[in-house]
Design a protein around this ligand. Structure first.
Ligand SMILES: *[C@@H]1O[C@H](CO)[C@@H](O)[C@H](O)[C@H]1NC(C)=O
Ligand SMILES: *[C@@H]1O[C@H](CO)[C@@H](O)[C@H](O)[C@H]1NC(C)=O
Ligand SMILES: [Mg+2]
Length: 258
C-alpha cells in the first residue's frame, strides 16, 4: 500500500512537472538544488554556481574566493575537474589551429600565470584564493622561478609549435621579473618563443590589464604579426582590442585581474 501511494505521489509530481508548448511536451526543470535534505544549506552547490559565474564573467571584480568555498575550490583545483576543464579548452584551441593555413607572421599569444605556468604550489599554501592577495609573498614565490607547467597548456604549446605557429608570451609580470620568468619557462619545458613581453610599470602604472594587454597586442599587429589565437586564464587576457582571431579562456577560480 505504501509503495502504491508513493508511486501515485511520484506520478502526480511527474505530471505536474510537464507542460505543453504548441503541442510539444517539455519537462519543467524538476531539480531545485538551492537547499539540501530538510532545507539544509549546501555550500558546495552555491560554490559551483559562484565558479560558473566567475568563468562566464558574470561575477567580476571579486577580491577573494568566498570563505565558504575554500574546500570546494581546493578540491576542484587539485582534483580531476580543473585538469579536465583545461584539457577541453586546449583541445578546442588545437582543433581550431589545425584548420588554419599558417604563415610566418602568425602568432599565438599565451598568458603566463595560470596559463603557461601554475602557481598552485603557492595558492595551496595560501587558502586557494580565500586569503587577500599579498604582493610580497607572491613575488617571493615568483622569484624562486619554480612554477611548474600547466600540463594541458604545455601540450597545446608544443602542438602549435609543430604546426609552425610562433608563440608570444604576454604577461602582467613586471620587467624586473623577466629574467626569472625566462628561467622558469625553460625549466618548465617551454624552450621556444618569438617574444616574451613583460609589463613596463613606468608606462602602465595604474592601468588595467585590459589596457596593457590590448596596447601590447596592438603593437604586435603594427609590427606585422597576425594574432591567430590568444589564450589566458583571465578575462582581461582576452577582452579589449586586438584580441586575436579566436580567444580561449582557461579556468581560474583563484583570483580576478581586471
Ligand atoms: C588553406 O589552403 C588550401 C590550399 O591552398 C585551401 O584549399 C584552403 O581553403 C585554405 N584554408 C583556409 C582556412 O584558408
Ligand atoms: C605578506 O607576506 C609577507 C612575506 O611572506 C609577510 O611577511 C607579511 O606578514 C604578509 N602580510 C600579510 C598582511 O599577511
Ligand atoms: Mg594569467
Amino acid at each position: 500500500m505504501k509503495v502504491f501511494v508513493l508511486f501515485v505521489a511520484i506520478a502526480v509530481a511527474a505530471w505536474q512537472c510537464h507542460g505543453s508548448d504548441h503541442g510539444h511536451e517539455y519537462q519543467i526543470f524538476p531539480l531545485r538544488m538551492k537547499t539540501g535534505h530538510g532545507g539544509h544549506y549546501i555550500p558546495e552547490v552555491s560554490c559551483q554556481s559562484w565558479r560558473l559565474g566567475v568563468e562566464a564573467h558574470n561575477v567580476i571584480d571579486w577580491k577573494t574566493v568566498p570563505l565558504d568555498c575554500e574546500g570546494y575550490i581546493g578540491n576542484y583545483i587539485l582534483g580531476d575537474q580543473y585538469r579536465s576543464d583545461s584539457k577541453t579548452v586546449a583541445r578546442e584551441a588545437y582543433y581550431y589551429a589545425k584548420t588554419l593555413n599558417i604563415t610566418a607572421k602568425d602568432i599565438w599569444v599565451f598568458d603566463v600565470d595560470e596559463t603557461t605556468l601554475s602557481n598552485l604550489p603557492y595558492y595551496a599554501d595560501h587558502g586557494f584564493g580565500v586569503e587577500p592577495y599579498n604582493a610580497t609573498a607572491f613575488n617571493e614565490w615568483v622569484d624562486l622561478g619554480e612554477a611548474p607547467a600547466l600540463p594541458e597548456s604545455q601540450k597545446l604549446y608544443k602542438k602549435l609549435l609543430s604546426l609552425g605557429i610562433k608563440i608570444v608570451f604576454l604577461t602582467g609580470r613586471p620587467l624586473e621579473q623577466k629574467a626569472v620568468t625566462v628561467t622558469n619557462l625553460k625549466l618548465a619545458g617551454y624552450n621556444k618563443w618569438e617574444k616574451i613581453i613583460t609589463k613596463d610599470t613606468s608606462i602602465y602604472h595604474g592601468k588595467t590589464a585590459v589596457t596593457y594587454k590590448s596596447t601590447e597586442r596592438k603593437k604586435l599587429e603594427e609590427q606585422g604579426y597576425k594574432i591567430i589565437g590568444n589564450i589566458g586564464d583571465q578575462w582581461s587576457d582576452i577582452l579589449g582590442t586586438n584580441t586575436g582571431d579566436r580567444t580561449f579562456k582557461l579556468p581560474d577560480p583563484l583570483y580576478y585581474i581586471s
